[in-house]
Design a binder for this molecule. Structure first.
Ligand code: UD1
Ligand code: CA
Length: 456
Protein backbone atom coordinates (compact mmCIF):
# COMPACT_ATOMS: atom_id res chain seq x y z
CA UNK A 1 0.00 0.00 0.00
CA UNK A 2 1.29 3.44 -0.90
CA UNK A 3 1.86 5.62 2.12
CA UNK A 4 1.68 9.41 1.99
CA UNK A 5 1.80 12.27 4.40
CA UNK A 6 0.16 15.64 3.98
CA UNK A 7 1.81 18.19 6.23
CA UNK A 8 -0.42 21.24 6.71
CA UNK A 9 1.73 24.33 6.83
CA UNK A 10 0.01 27.06 4.83
CA UNK A 11 -1.51 29.04 7.68
CA UNK A 12 -0.23 32.43 8.72
CA UNK A 13 0.21 31.62 12.39
CA UNK A 14 -1.01 35.07 13.47
CA UNK A 15 -0.70 34.25 17.16
CA UNK A 16 3.09 33.87 16.81
CA UNK A 17 3.39 37.61 16.08
CA UNK A 18 6.57 36.83 14.16
CA UNK A 19 8.21 37.63 10.85
CA UNK A 20 9.15 33.96 10.51
CA UNK A 21 6.54 31.51 9.19
CA UNK A 22 5.24 29.37 12.05
CA UNK A 23 6.41 26.00 10.64
CA UNK A 24 9.92 27.48 10.30
CA UNK A 25 10.16 28.62 13.92
CA UNK A 26 13.14 26.83 15.48
CA UNK A 27 12.86 24.42 18.39
CA UNK A 28 15.82 22.43 19.75
CA UNK A 29 17.89 23.12 16.65
CA UNK A 30 15.38 22.40 13.89
CA UNK A 31 12.38 24.11 12.33
CA UNK A 32 9.04 22.82 13.63
CA UNK A 33 8.10 21.43 10.23
CA UNK A 34 11.41 19.56 9.99
CA UNK A 35 10.62 17.68 13.20
CA UNK A 36 7.29 16.70 11.66
CA UNK A 37 8.94 15.60 8.43
CA UNK A 38 11.60 13.61 10.30
CA UNK A 39 8.88 11.75 12.19
CA UNK A 40 7.02 11.02 8.95
CA UNK A 41 10.18 9.74 7.26
CA UNK A 42 11.13 7.82 10.40
CA UNK A 43 7.75 6.09 10.28
CA UNK A 44 8.54 4.90 6.77
CA UNK A 45 6.60 7.49 4.77
CA UNK A 46 8.56 8.23 1.59
CA UNK A 47 6.10 10.48 -0.18
CA UNK A 48 5.54 13.62 1.84
CA UNK A 49 3.53 16.57 0.59
CA UNK A 50 3.80 19.91 2.38
CA UNK A 51 0.90 22.30 1.88
CA UNK A 52 2.28 25.81 1.67
CA UNK A 53 0.77 29.26 1.28
CA UNK A 54 1.91 31.92 3.72
CA UNK A 55 5.65 32.55 3.17
CA UNK A 56 5.66 29.65 0.71
CA UNK A 57 9.06 30.53 -0.76
CA UNK A 58 10.72 30.49 2.68
CA UNK A 59 9.29 27.02 3.23
CA UNK A 60 10.68 25.79 -0.11
CA UNK A 61 14.08 27.31 0.61
CA UNK A 62 14.21 25.40 3.86
CA UNK A 63 12.86 21.97 2.87
CA UNK A 64 14.22 22.06 -0.72
CA UNK A 65 13.47 18.86 -2.63
CA UNK A 66 12.98 16.63 0.37
CA UNK A 67 9.22 16.90 -0.16
CA UNK A 68 6.57 17.63 -2.76
CA UNK A 69 4.67 20.89 -2.47
CA UNK A 70 1.03 21.80 -2.89
CA UNK A 71 -0.09 25.41 -2.82
CA UNK A 72 -3.03 26.68 -0.83
CA UNK A 73 -3.36 30.27 -2.01
CA UNK A 74 -6.23 31.16 0.30
CA UNK A 75 -6.33 29.68 3.78
CA UNK A 76 -9.90 28.44 3.83
CA UNK A 77 -9.35 25.87 6.57
CA UNK A 78 -7.62 22.58 7.32
CA UNK A 79 -10.07 20.62 5.14
CA UNK A 80 -9.37 22.93 2.23
CA UNK A 81 -5.62 22.51 2.85
CA UNK A 82 -6.00 18.72 2.67
CA UNK A 83 -7.92 19.10 -0.63
CA UNK A 84 -4.98 21.01 -2.10
CA UNK A 85 -2.56 18.38 -0.81
CA UNK A 86 -4.54 15.59 -2.45
CA UNK A 87 -3.90 17.14 -5.87
CA UNK A 88 -0.26 16.11 -5.50
CA UNK A 89 -1.24 12.44 -5.10
CA UNK A 90 -1.93 10.61 -8.36
CA UNK A 91 -2.40 7.09 -6.94
CA UNK A 92 -5.93 5.84 -6.39
CA UNK A 93 -5.32 3.76 -3.30
CA UNK A 94 -3.23 3.92 -0.17
CA UNK A 95 -2.97 5.48 3.26
CA UNK A 96 -2.72 9.22 3.82
CA UNK A 97 -1.33 10.49 7.10
CA UNK A 98 -2.33 14.09 7.80
CA UNK A 99 0.10 15.96 10.03
CA UNK A 100 0.35 19.52 11.17
CA UNK A 101 3.44 21.65 10.53
CA UNK A 102 3.02 23.18 13.98
CA UNK A 103 3.02 19.94 16.00
CA UNK A 104 6.64 18.78 16.22
CA UNK A 105 6.46 16.33 19.12
CA UNK A 106 5.00 13.29 17.39
CA UNK A 107 7.55 10.48 17.33
CA UNK A 108 8.23 8.14 14.43
CA UNK A 109 7.47 5.12 16.66
CA UNK A 110 3.99 6.32 17.62
CA UNK A 111 3.21 7.26 14.05
CA UNK A 112 4.35 3.87 12.79
CA UNK A 113 2.18 2.04 15.34
CA UNK A 114 -0.81 4.22 14.57
CA UNK A 115 -0.52 3.55 10.81
CA UNK A 116 -0.26 -0.17 11.54
CA UNK A 117 -3.35 -0.19 13.76
CA UNK A 118 -5.27 1.93 11.22
CA UNK A 119 -4.49 -0.46 8.37
CA UNK A 120 -5.02 -3.66 10.37
CA UNK A 121 -8.41 -2.48 11.65
CA UNK A 122 -9.47 -1.52 8.13
CA UNK A 123 -10.47 1.97 9.22
CA UNK A 124 -11.49 4.73 6.83
CA UNK A 125 -9.99 7.18 9.34
CA UNK A 126 -8.04 6.99 12.57
CA UNK A 127 -7.83 10.14 14.69
CA UNK A 128 -4.87 10.59 17.02
CA UNK A 129 -6.24 11.91 20.31
CA UNK A 130 -4.98 12.95 23.74
CA UNK A 131 -6.59 13.51 27.10
CA UNK A 132 -5.68 16.90 28.59
CA UNK A 133 -6.49 18.81 31.79
CA UNK A 134 -7.37 21.99 29.96
CA UNK A 135 -8.93 21.27 26.56
CA UNK A 136 -9.62 24.94 25.73
CA UNK A 137 -8.94 25.77 22.09
CA UNK A 138 -8.81 22.20 20.83
CA UNK A 139 -11.32 20.21 18.83
CA UNK A 140 -13.14 17.78 21.18
CA UNK A 141 -13.72 14.09 20.51
CA UNK A 142 -17.45 13.45 20.92
CA UNK A 143 -18.26 9.80 21.70
CA UNK A 144 -21.48 7.84 21.73
CA UNK A 145 -21.45 4.50 23.55
CA UNK A 146 -17.67 4.70 23.60
CA UNK A 147 -17.29 5.18 19.84
CA UNK A 148 -16.19 8.45 18.22
CA UNK A 149 -19.12 10.10 16.44
CA UNK A 150 -17.68 13.50 15.55
CA UNK A 151 -15.13 16.20 16.35
CA UNK A 152 -16.39 19.57 17.45
CA UNK A 153 -14.20 22.69 17.29
CA UNK A 154 -13.90 24.98 20.32
CA UNK A 155 -15.94 27.72 18.65
CA UNK A 156 -18.74 25.29 17.80
CA UNK A 157 -19.01 23.55 21.18
CA UNK A 158 -22.05 23.63 23.45
CA UNK A 159 -21.71 23.70 27.26
CA UNK A 160 -21.64 19.93 27.55
CA UNK A 161 -19.02 19.51 24.81
CA UNK A 162 -16.78 22.13 26.43
CA UNK A 163 -16.30 19.68 29.33
CA UNK A 164 -14.80 16.94 27.10
CA UNK A 165 -11.12 16.47 27.86
CA UNK A 166 -10.26 14.12 25.00
CA UNK A 167 -8.99 16.33 22.21
CA UNK A 168 -8.09 16.05 18.54
CA UNK A 169 -4.30 16.20 17.99
CA UNK A 170 -4.83 17.39 14.42
CA UNK A 171 -3.11 14.21 13.16
CA UNK A 172 -4.95 11.43 11.36
CA UNK A 173 -4.60 8.40 9.11
CA UNK A 174 -7.03 8.12 6.21
CA UNK A 175 -7.87 5.62 3.54
CA UNK A 176 -6.95 7.55 0.39
CA UNK A 177 -10.01 6.63 -1.65
CA UNK A 178 -12.47 7.27 1.17
CA UNK A 179 -10.85 10.57 2.05
CA UNK A 180 -11.23 11.66 -1.58
CA UNK A 181 -14.89 10.82 -1.52
CA UNK A 182 -15.57 12.58 1.81
CA UNK A 183 -13.69 15.76 0.84
CA UNK A 184 -16.10 16.28 -2.06
CA UNK A 185 -18.92 16.67 0.43
CA UNK A 186 -17.18 18.98 2.91
CA UNK A 187 -18.88 22.32 3.60
CA UNK A 188 -17.87 25.42 5.51
CA UNK A 189 -21.06 25.83 7.53
CA UNK A 190 -19.58 26.44 10.96
CA UNK A 191 -18.67 29.24 13.36
CA UNK A 192 -15.48 30.12 11.44
CA UNK A 193 -16.82 29.64 7.90
CA UNK A 194 -13.89 27.29 7.17
CA UNK A 195 -13.58 23.86 5.65
CA UNK A 196 -12.67 21.68 8.62
CA UNK A 197 -10.83 18.41 8.02
CA UNK A 198 -12.45 17.28 11.27
CA UNK A 199 -15.88 17.20 9.58
CA UNK A 200 -14.67 14.34 7.38
CA UNK A 201 -15.15 12.04 10.40
CA UNK A 202 -18.92 12.55 10.52
CA UNK A 203 -19.19 12.16 6.73
CA UNK A 204 -17.31 8.86 6.79
CA UNK A 205 -19.40 7.55 9.68
CA UNK A 206 -22.51 8.55 7.73
CA UNK A 207 -21.23 6.37 4.86
CA UNK A 208 -21.15 3.48 7.32
CA UNK A 209 -17.34 3.49 7.41
CA UNK A 210 -15.26 2.50 10.39
CA UNK A 211 -13.48 5.35 12.22
CA UNK A 212 -10.99 4.62 14.97
CA UNK A 213 -9.06 6.68 17.49
CA UNK A 214 -5.50 6.24 18.66
CA UNK A 215 -4.78 7.80 22.01
CA UNK A 216 -1.31 9.06 22.82
CA UNK A 217 0.38 11.36 25.35
CA UNK A 218 0.17 15.15 25.29
CA UNK A 219 3.98 15.10 25.09
CA UNK A 220 3.53 13.92 21.51
CA UNK A 221 0.67 16.09 20.38
CA UNK A 222 1.23 19.54 21.83
CA UNK A 223 0.95 22.12 19.05
CA UNK A 224 2.50 25.56 18.70
CA UNK A 225 0.24 28.56 18.22
CA UNK A 226 2.25 31.19 20.12
CA UNK A 227 5.70 31.73 21.61
CA UNK A 228 4.63 30.37 24.97
CA UNK A 229 3.85 27.02 23.36
CA UNK A 230 7.02 27.28 21.27
CA UNK A 231 9.05 27.38 24.50
CA UNK A 232 7.06 24.45 25.87
CA UNK A 233 7.73 22.17 22.88
CA UNK A 234 11.33 23.33 22.73
CA UNK A 235 11.81 22.24 26.35
CA UNK A 236 10.30 18.81 25.65
CA UNK A 237 12.42 18.28 22.52
CA UNK A 238 15.56 19.40 24.34
CA UNK A 239 14.79 17.08 27.24
CA UNK A 240 14.55 14.19 24.78
CA UNK A 241 17.86 15.09 23.15
CA UNK A 242 19.67 15.48 26.49
CA UNK A 243 18.24 12.14 27.66
CA UNK A 244 19.36 10.50 24.42
CA UNK A 245 22.90 11.82 24.95
CA UNK A 246 22.93 10.49 28.52
CA UNK A 247 21.75 7.07 27.32
CA UNK A 248 24.69 7.11 24.90
CA UNK A 249 27.13 7.60 27.77
CA UNK A 250 27.46 11.36 28.08
CA UNK A 251 27.54 12.69 31.65
CA UNK A 252 25.19 15.65 31.95
CA UNK A 253 25.61 17.32 35.33
CA UNK A 254 22.46 19.44 35.10
CA UNK A 255 20.04 18.32 32.37
CA UNK A 256 17.74 21.25 33.11
CA UNK A 257 20.28 23.87 32.05
CA UNK A 258 21.92 21.91 29.23
CA UNK A 259 20.94 22.36 25.61
CA UNK A 260 21.98 19.79 23.05
CA UNK A 261 20.78 20.56 19.53
CA UNK A 262 19.38 17.92 17.21
CA UNK A 263 22.49 17.84 15.02
CA UNK A 264 25.03 17.49 17.86
CA UNK A 265 27.11 14.36 18.51
CA UNK A 266 28.99 13.72 21.79
CA UNK A 267 31.31 10.83 22.69
CA UNK A 268 30.96 8.72 25.82
CA UNK A 269 32.26 9.84 29.21
CA UNK A 270 32.36 13.44 28.15
CA UNK A 271 31.05 15.61 30.97
CA UNK A 272 28.72 18.49 30.17
CA UNK A 273 28.71 21.04 32.98
CA UNK A 274 25.70 23.30 33.70
CA UNK A 275 24.53 26.16 31.47
CA UNK A 276 26.06 24.73 28.34
CA UNK A 277 24.59 25.17 24.86
CA UNK A 278 25.77 22.84 22.11
CA UNK A 279 24.27 23.58 18.74
CA UNK A 280 24.44 23.20 14.98
CA UNK A 281 26.60 20.35 13.77
CA UNK A 282 28.88 20.34 16.80
CA UNK A 283 30.80 17.11 17.32
CA UNK A 284 32.57 16.42 20.62
CA UNK A 285 34.85 13.43 21.24
CA UNK A 286 35.18 11.24 24.32
CA UNK A 287 36.37 12.15 27.83
CA UNK A 288 36.03 15.88 27.33
CA UNK A 289 34.71 18.36 29.85
CA UNK A 290 32.55 21.09 28.33
CA UNK A 291 31.20 23.99 30.37
CA UNK A 292 30.04 25.37 32.64
CA UNK A 293 28.61 28.39 30.78
CA UNK A 294 29.85 27.45 27.35
CA UNK A 295 28.28 27.83 23.93
CA UNK A 296 29.62 25.89 20.96
CA UNK A 297 28.11 26.33 17.51
CA UNK A 298 29.24 24.06 14.65
CA UNK A 299 32.48 23.14 16.45
CA UNK A 300 34.48 19.93 16.23
CA UNK A 301 36.28 18.93 19.44
CA UNK A 302 38.68 15.98 19.83
CA UNK A 303 39.10 13.75 22.89
CA UNK A 304 40.15 14.68 26.45
CA UNK A 305 39.71 18.37 25.82
CA UNK A 306 38.32 20.94 28.25
CA UNK A 307 36.35 24.04 27.32
CA UNK A 308 35.09 26.16 30.21
CA UNK A 309 33.16 29.46 30.28
CA UNK A 310 33.83 30.01 26.59
CA UNK A 311 32.23 30.60 23.21
CA UNK A 312 33.25 28.74 20.05
CA UNK A 313 31.85 29.23 16.56
CA UNK A 314 32.77 27.11 13.54
CA UNK A 315 36.07 26.14 15.11
CA UNK A 316 38.05 22.96 15.52
CA UNK A 317 39.87 21.96 18.70
CA UNK A 318 42.12 18.91 18.95
CA UNK A 319 42.90 16.44 21.74
CA UNK A 320 44.05 17.15 25.32
CA UNK A 321 43.63 20.87 24.78
CA UNK A 322 42.44 23.33 27.38
CA UNK A 323 40.26 26.31 26.44
CA UNK A 324 39.05 28.99 28.79
CA UNK A 325 37.86 30.33 31.03
CA UNK A 326 36.54 33.22 28.92
CA UNK A 327 38.00 32.38 25.53
CA UNK A 328 36.29 33.34 22.26
CA UNK A 329 36.97 31.17 19.24
CA UNK A 330 35.57 32.80 16.12
CA UNK A 331 34.97 31.11 12.76
CA UNK A 332 37.73 29.26 10.98
CA UNK A 333 39.90 28.69 13.99
CA UNK A 334 41.78 25.41 14.12
CA UNK A 335 43.43 24.64 17.46
CA UNK A 336 45.60 21.50 17.55
CA UNK A 337 46.48 19.08 20.35
CA UNK A 338 47.84 19.78 23.85
CA UNK A 339 47.32 23.49 23.56
CA UNK A 340 46.40 26.02 26.19
CA UNK A 341 44.05 28.82 25.21
CA UNK A 342 43.53 30.76 28.40
CA UNK A 343 41.46 33.63 29.73
CA UNK A 344 40.43 36.56 27.54
CA UNK A 345 41.98 35.08 24.44
CA UNK A 346 40.26 35.68 21.11
CA UNK A 347 41.15 33.62 18.06
CA UNK A 348 39.82 34.22 14.56
CA UNK A 349 40.65 32.47 11.30
CA UNK A 350 43.81 31.15 12.92
CA UNK A 351 45.61 27.82 12.91
CA UNK A 352 47.40 27.00 16.15
CA UNK A 353 50.03 24.20 16.11
CA UNK A 354 50.31 21.47 18.73
CA UNK A 355 51.75 22.32 22.14
CA UNK A 356 51.36 26.09 21.77
CA UNK A 357 50.39 28.23 24.75
CA UNK A 358 48.24 31.34 24.48
CA UNK A 359 47.57 31.75 28.15
CA UNK A 360 46.06 35.21 28.63
CA UNK A 361 44.78 38.48 27.18
CA UNK A 362 45.71 37.85 23.57
CA UNK A 363 44.18 38.34 20.13
CA UNK A 364 45.29 36.17 17.23
CA UNK A 365 43.50 36.78 13.93
CA UNK A 366 44.27 35.67 10.35
CA UNK A 367 47.35 33.85 11.52
CA UNK A 368 49.21 30.61 11.09
CA UNK A 369 50.96 29.64 14.29
CA UNK A 370 53.41 26.71 14.49
CA UNK A 371 54.03 24.18 17.26
CA UNK A 372 55.28 24.89 20.81
CA UNK A 373 54.95 28.66 20.41
CA UNK A 374 54.58 30.65 23.62
CA UNK A 375 52.52 33.82 23.60
CA UNK A 376 53.27 36.25 26.39
CA UNK A 377 50.38 37.98 28.09
CA UNK A 378 48.78 40.73 26.04
CA UNK A 379 49.94 39.86 22.54
CA UNK A 380 47.99 41.49 19.74
CA UNK A 381 48.10 40.36 16.13
CA UNK A 382 47.43 43.60 14.27
CA UNK A 383 45.71 41.98 11.30
CA UNK A 384 43.66 44.89 10.01
CA UNK A 385 45.00 48.10 8.51
CA UNK A 386 41.59 49.71 8.24
CA UNK A 387 41.12 48.53 4.67
CA UNK A 388 42.48 45.00 4.35
CA UNK A 389 43.11 41.99 6.58
CA UNK A 390 46.64 40.59 6.44
CA UNK A 391 48.24 37.34 7.44
CA UNK A 392 50.75 36.67 10.21
CA UNK A 393 52.99 33.60 10.25
CA UNK A 394 54.67 32.47 13.44
CA UNK A 395 56.82 29.38 12.93
CA UNK A 396 57.56 26.57 15.41
CA UNK A 397 59.18 27.21 18.82
CA UNK A 398 58.86 30.99 18.78
CA UNK A 399 58.52 33.02 21.95
CA UNK A 400 56.38 36.14 21.71
CA UNK A 401 57.18 38.54 24.52
CA UNK A 402 54.45 40.06 26.64
CA UNK A 403 52.56 42.98 25.15
CA UNK A 404 53.91 42.53 21.64
CA UNK A 405 52.11 43.92 18.60
CA UNK A 406 52.64 41.84 15.47
CA UNK A 407 51.75 44.17 12.60
CA UNK A 408 50.58 42.04 9.69
CA UNK A 409 51.64 40.94 7.17
CA UNK A 410 54.63 39.71 9.13
CA UNK A 411 56.56 36.48 9.64
CA UNK A 412 58.40 35.33 12.76
CA UNK A 413 60.76 32.59 11.68
CA UNK A 414 61.50 29.37 13.55
CA UNK A 415 62.65 29.69 17.15
CA UNK A 416 62.74 33.52 17.12
CA UNK A 417 61.94 35.71 20.12
CA UNK A 418 60.27 39.08 20.30
CA UNK A 419 61.11 41.26 23.27
CA UNK A 420 58.30 42.30 25.59
CA UNK A 421 56.58 45.50 24.51
CA UNK A 422 57.77 45.29 20.92
CA UNK A 423 55.82 46.42 17.89
CA UNK A 424 57.02 44.05 15.20
CA UNK A 425 56.58 45.28 11.63
CA UNK A 426 59.26 43.31 9.78
CA UNK A 427 60.23 39.68 9.40
CA UNK A 428 62.18 38.24 12.35
CA UNK A 429 64.85 35.79 11.13
CA UNK A 430 65.22 32.24 12.46
CA UNK A 431 66.64 32.14 15.98
CA UNK A 432 66.80 35.96 16.30
CA UNK A 433 65.58 38.21 19.06
CA UNK A 434 63.64 41.19 17.76
CA UNK A 435 63.51 44.25 19.99
CA UNK A 436 61.27 46.97 18.65
CA UNK A 437 60.83 49.49 21.44
CA UNK A 438 62.76 52.50 22.61
CA UNK A 439 65.54 52.01 25.10
CA UNK A 440 64.96 52.80 28.72
CA UNK A 441 66.38 56.08 30.03
CA UNK A 442 66.69 56.59 33.80
CA UNK A 443 66.65 60.20 35.00
CA UNK A 444 68.46 60.10 38.33
CA UNK A 445 66.86 61.83 41.37
CA UNK A 446 64.00 62.99 39.18
CA UNK A 447 61.21 62.53 41.75
CA UNK A 448 63.02 64.62 44.36
CA UNK A 449 63.37 67.53 41.93
CA UNK A 450 59.74 67.26 40.93
CA UNK A 451 58.58 67.41 44.55
CA UNK A 452 60.74 70.47 45.18
CA UNK A 453 59.23 72.25 42.15
CA UNK A 454 55.76 71.69 43.61
CA UNK A 455 56.74 73.07 47.01
CA UNK A 456 58.25 76.30 45.55
C1 UD1 B 1 -6.80 22.12 14.53
C2 UD1 B 1 -8.03 21.21 14.56
C3 UD1 B 1 -8.42 20.92 16.00
C4 UD1 B 1 -7.24 20.32 16.75
C5 UD1 B 1 -6.01 21.23 16.62
C6 UD1 B 1 -4.81 20.52 17.19
C7 UD1 B 1 -9.37 21.72 12.56
C8 UD1 B 1 -10.58 22.40 12.06
N1 UD1 B 1 -9.12 21.84 13.86
O1 UD1 B 1 -7.18 23.37 15.10
O2 UD1 B 1 -9.52 20.02 16.04
O3 UD1 B 1 -7.58 20.13 18.10
O4 UD1 B 1 -5.72 21.51 15.25
O5 UD1 B 1 -3.69 21.35 17.21
O6 UD1 B 1 -8.70 21.08 11.81
N2 UD1 B 1 -3.55 25.24 7.95
C9 UD1 B 1 -3.41 25.33 6.59
N3 UD1 B 1 -4.38 25.93 5.87
C10 UD1 B 1 -5.50 26.43 6.43
C11 UD1 B 1 -5.64 26.32 7.83
C12 UD1 B 1 -4.65 25.73 8.57
O7 UD1 B 1 -2.41 24.87 6.02
O8 UD1 B 1 -6.34 26.94 5.69
C13 UD1 B 1 -2.49 24.59 8.73
C14 UD1 B 1 -1.82 25.54 9.70
O9 UD1 B 1 -0.71 26.18 9.09
C15 UD1 B 1 -1.40 24.63 10.83
C16 UD1 B 1 -2.43 23.50 10.78
O10 UD1 B 1 -3.04 23.57 9.51
O11 UD1 B 1 -0.12 24.09 10.62
C17 UD1 B 1 -3.48 23.62 11.88
O12 UD1 B 1 -4.15 24.84 11.74
P1 UD1 B 1 -4.62 25.70 12.98
O13 UD1 B 1 -5.30 26.92 12.48
O14 UD1 B 1 -3.49 25.88 13.91
O15 UD1 B 1 -5.72 24.71 13.60
P2 UD1 B 1 -6.26 24.72 15.07
O16 UD1 B 1 -7.18 25.87 15.26
O17 UD1 B 1 -5.14 24.58 16.01
CA1 CA C 1 -2.83 24.66 15.79
Amino acid sequence: MELYSLILAAGEGKRMKSKIAKPLQPAAGKALVEWVLDAAEGAGIKRNVVIIGHKAEDMKDYLKDRVQYAYQYEQLGTGHAVMQGMTAISEEEGTVVVLSGDSPLMTAETLRTCIKVHEEEGCAATVITTVVDDPFGYGRIVRKEGEICRIVEQKDTNEEEKQICEINSGMYCFDLKKLHSALKRLTNENAQGEYYITDVIEILLGDGEKVGTYQTALEETLGVNDKVQLAAVDAILNRRLVKQAMLEGVTVVDPATTRIGAGVKIGCDTVIQPNTILEGKTVIGEDCEIGPNTRLTNCVIGNNTEVAFSVGIESKIGDRTHVGPFAYLRPNTVVGDEIKVGDFVELKNATIGNGTKIAHLTYVGDAQVGERVNFGCGTVVVNYDGVHKHKTIIEDDCFIGCNSNLVSPVTIKKGAYTAAGSTITDMVPEGALAIARSRQVNKESWTGKKRKQKED
